[in-house]
Design a protein around this ligand. Sequence first.
Ligand code: NAD
Length: 699
Amino acid sequence: MSELVNFEKRGAIGVITVDNPPVNALSPGVPEGLVDCVAQGNTDPEVKAMVLRGAGRSFIAGADIKFLGQKKTEAGLTYRTIIDDSEKPIVAAIHGYALGGGLETAMACQYRVATKDAKVGLPEVLIGILPGGAGTQRLPRLIGPKAAMEMIVTGRHVPAPEAKGLGILDDLAADIDDLLDTAIAYAERIADVRPLPRIRDDDSKLAEAKEDPGMFDAMRKKIARRARNQNAPYHCIKCVEAAVELPFDEGVERERELFEELVNDDEAKSLRFAFFAERQANKIPDIDKSVKGRNIDTAAVVGAGTMGGGIAMCFADAGIPVKLLEMNQEALDKGLAKIRANYETSVKRGSLAADAVDTRMGLITPALEYDQIGDADIVIEAVFEEMPVKKDVFGKLDAVMKDGAILASNTSTLDIDEIASATKRPADVLGTHFFSPANVMKLLEIVRGSGTAKDVVATCTALSRRIAKVGAVCGNCDGFLANRSRAPFQTEMNILVEEGAKPQQIDKVMYDFGYPMGPFAVGDLAGLDIGHAVRQRRKKESPNEHRDLPIPDRLFEMGRYGQKTGAGWFKYEKGDRTPYPDPVVDEVIAEVGRELGLQQRDDFTEEEILHRLLFASVNEAAKILEEGIAYRASDVDVMWLNGFGFPRYRGGLMFWADGIGVKNIHAQMVEWQERYGDRWKPAKMIEELAASGKGFLDD
Ligand code: NAD
């Protein structure tokens, strides 16, 4: 018998426990163990019914992604049918997560109970595949095709109370301590029910689709924008259609065919890569598990502006009490009102319960004096982006914060070591760089100063998970990893416009590539005044490296700051965020072209636009890797995916670059270097990789 699954008797109930730490994934050995244990229960005359549960922190959390795309063992193919065919009923007892293969196993059981805080779901679409263990055939029969399709196409985790309402669960247990007793009591109650309820034999819920045959096309339409360039969401819909149209066994076969089409395609490979890259980003080469993080029970934020307010929300959303400090009552009131308005918008959208607004606001304590925040475990500064202001704030924090507190800055560009020098405890100082809007964007760029203590970095990587962010660590340099690697993209898009390309043309190429918005529309959203201020500062600090960008500067001088003034790179109608091309901008472009004596072109291909923007950043990322500011190429990808909206199904900037081939990128850069000058000089790392035929992500 497999050591990963065990069987014991509690009276007349056989209890099958999957014990495959950490999350009871369905790796080889687990299906074999399940088959043996179900047989044991069925042959033991004392056993009347069985309970299937997971040991440790979860039920079966899902398939083991490491083994995806590999051939399944005999038991791997048949264990669900064996559970489904069991002569005696089996009750799945779920705690933690039952996701993907976990929920598929639970749906092969005849009954399901779960703890109130458990979550179930079929999230395969998020890694570019579909639930390939008959999940797309059982779920529509269990809860109806419409609700099933919504769950499968979004991949969302469904909380247990909602799952019970949908009909996925039969009963709820108060908590993990109560789960086994609840499941055993349930099993005793239904032990003699015959015939056994088998989801595959019950087509009654499928009738709903016959009455509403347009539901599948309606779903395709609904996801068209978000799912562009992708196959998996559409294949998921096809599977649910098959569940409605075909007998169960044929539907399972169709599901398998569609699964095979996806599992090794580029989309699934990219999404799997992104999944592992995010896990890898938490591992810092010189910080191992022996480095224990500090306790974070309370937090403080200095500055209640755009970023500070969003950062305070991240803590409140995670249930961590946070104090919010401002310069004066007016600024504080304004910041708090904005936070409340954000929460109320979420309530209106249906993504937050109405009573949660007061709970979360209750976790945010306003403050006007530094003494009031001294006892926080971590303080994050989000005041104006000016070194003297930052140093002044850190001096004050040094005076009041308790020993062992972490002092973090949300600066986007300023030197962390210089900020730390304003304190007597540089080991406790680091950068925690959130992206705007801070309560929405997933990335937390953790910037390690030259003196930052290891346990401070470890605390912040762990904290990133608690506040629902994807943390990635890098070293200290102007712009750090994320913004520094993106800066050449931004310069290049401006150069393209100087050469005659239209903002709407460039935006379309990048939108079609998979970005949620084009880069010029993003510029209008962030505000052209912000970019202008950064350029002014850089020009002052390093005039030799600075390149003027005359077009956005002129738009700024015309008062075109973007959406907030109704015009920027595009024009906007009142109350409408749609960017409309503006002839005034065309005129500015033509005018600057004349002044610079440029022969403007109108023959840009999509490939030229895409490659010039992204290769420029690939080159900078290579330099960042050479300098050791980034630990690994996949960290660049994690930052681009979670900070800049790079399409996840393309893996990330460096994964995409490897797909083109560093050799090809190098050859193109050399050609452009001759044509456009030294901004295209390939980084040393690119020269070396091109010579050796390797990629950024090769070992
Ligand atoms: P903001 O102007 O919206 O907010 C700054 C707030 O800090 C203001 O409310 C101001 O009253 C307050 N403040 C200034 N000095 C203070 C002091 N001494 N004590 C207490 N409060 C003080 O600016 P923001 O956009 O929120 O940016 C804040 C920081 O975050 C900057 O370092 C910025 O570079 C960084 N950042 C901004 C973005 C973005 O997109 N806006 C993104 C990432 C990082």
